[in-house]
Ligand binder design. Structure first.
Ligand code: COI
Length: 337
C-alpha cells in the first residue's frame, strides 16, 4: 500500500488532512506534529513520500537523514523554497513540489487591510480607545484613494493586491522583471524600481527571497522614496533591511511599516512568549511602535488557504509517487545555501 507521511501537522490542518484521507482510502496516511529534523526523519521510514511545512531550514543533514530513511519525494504545503539546501537535494535525487498558489487573496487582503490601517493610524486610535481617550486629534487618517500605491512583484498575490487597492480608488503602479502582458497593456508598469520608489506613497513587496532581492529595502532605496511613505512586507523577511527601516521610522521619513515577515523570524514567530523572556529586542521595539503593525507571518493563515495547502500538497505528493507530473514541481536551483 502506498504510504504518505506528513510532518508538522497542526490542529487546524487535521480536518483537511482527514478530508484527503477519506477521499483516498487506498493510501496509508500517517503524520506527526513534529518538525522534520535529522532526528525525526526516521519517522518517515517505509513511506513513499513526505508532506512537509516548516520555517526551519531543510538542511543538508535533514535531507540526508530523509534520504537515509528511503524518502526523496517531498511535497511542501507552502510556496517558499528558500529554506531548502537545493544543492544537497539535487545530489540526493530529491523530487520536490510546493504549493505556489493556495490563496493569493489571503495574503493580498492582509497586506491591504494592514496598509489601510496604518494610513488611518488605527493602532494609535485603538490605544486611545483602550484608555477611554475619545478625542479625534491628532489621529487623523489618510485616504487610500489619495495614495500612489507601488506594487513590487506582479504575480498572483501582487495582482490581487493591485485590484483591492484600486477598489479603494488608489492609483496603482507596478514593477516586475517579468512583465504580465495584460498589466503591461493597461500601463501599470514603471520602467525601474527607482521610478516606483520615487512615485509611491505606499510600497508593497510581493517578490520571492532570491539573492537579488535580499535587502532591496535598505538605506539607499529608502533615501530615494517619498517622505511619509508606508512600506508593506507580507512577502519575505529578508527583502527588508530592518535596521534601515527603523532608521527611516525614527527620522519620520517612513510614516508606517506593515511587517508580516521578519528577517529573524525563525524560532520567534508562531511561539507563545507570554511570561517568558522575549528573545529579540529589535522585534519587541517594532511591536511596541504605534505606526508599525507586526503580525507573525499570518497573512496566509485563513481556512481557505490552509485547506488548499494541505490538499494540494498531498495531491502533488501522490503524483510524484505514481510517477506522474505534479502540478507544481520545484526546480532545484541554487539558493542561499
Ligand atoms: C509560504 O507559503 O511560503 C508562506 O510564506 C506562508 C507560510 C508561513 C506557510
Amino acid at each position: 500500500m502506498t504510504k504518505v507521511f506528513a510532518y508538522a501537522i497542526r490542529k487546524d490542518e487535521e480536518p483537511f488532512l482527514n478530508e484527503w484521507k477519506e477521499a483516498h482510502k487506498d493510501i496509508d496516511v500517517d503524520y506527526t506534529d513534529k518538525l522534520l529534523t535529522p532526528e525525526t526523519a526516521k519517522l518517515a521510514k517505509g513511506a513513499d513520500g513526505v508532506v512537509v511545512y516548516q520555517q526551519l531550514d531543510y538542511t543538508a543533514d535533514t535531507l540526508q537523514a530523509l534520504a537515509d530513511a528511503g524518502v526523496t519525494k517531498m511535497s511542501l504545503r507552502n510556496v517558499g523554497v528558500d529554506n531548502i539546501d537545493m544543492d544537497k537535494a539535487k545530489e540526493l535525487g530529491f523530487q520536490i513540489t510546493n504549493v505556489p498558489v493556495y490563496s493569493p487573496n489571503a495574503i493580498a487582503e492582509h497586506a491591504a487591510i494592514q496598509a489601510a490601517r496604518v494610513l488611518r493610524q488605527d493602532k494609535r486610535m485603538d490605544e486611545k480607545m483602550a484608555k477611554r481617550d475619545l478625542r479625534w486629534a491628532p489621529t487623523i487618517g489618510r485616504e487610500v484613494r489619495d495614495q500612489v500605491v507601488g506594487v513590487v512583484g506582479t504575480g498572483h498575490i501582487g495582482q490581487v493586491f493591485m485590484r483591492i487597492m484600486e477598489g479603494f480608488g488608489a492609483k496603482v503602479i507596478a514593477y516586475d522583471i517579468f512583465k504580465n502582458p495584460e498589466l503591461e497593456k493597461k500601463g501599470y508598469y514603471v520602467d525601474s524600481l527607482d521610478d516606483l520608489y520615487k512615485q509611491a506613497d505606499v510600497i508593497s513587496l510581493h517578490v520571492p527571497d532570491v539573492p537579488a532581492n535580499v535587502h532591496m529595502i535598505n538605506d539607499k532605496s529608502i533615501a530615494e522614496m517619498k517622505d511619509g511613505l508606508v512600506i508593506v512586507n507580507c512577502s519575505r523577511g529578508r527583502l527588508v533591511d530592518t535596521d534601515a527601516v527603523i532608521r527611516g521610522l525614527d527620522s519620520g521619513k517612513i510614516f508606517g511599516f506593515v511587517m508580516d515577515t521578519y528577517e529573524d523570524e525563525v524560532g520567534v514567530f508562531n511561539k507563545d512568549w507570554e511570561g517568558k523572556e522575549f528573545p529579540d529586542k529589535r522585534l519587541a521595539d517594532l511591536i511596541d511602535r504605534p505606526n508599525v503593525l507586526v503580525t507573525p507571518h499570518t497573512a496566509f493563515y485563513t481556512t481557505h488557504a490552509v485547506r488548499n495547502m494541505v490538499v494540494k500538497a498531498f495531491n502533488n505528493n501522490l503524483k510524484l509517487i505514481n510517477g506522474e507530473k505534479p502540478d507544481s514541481p520545484v526546480a532545484l536551483n541554487k539558493n542561499k545555501f
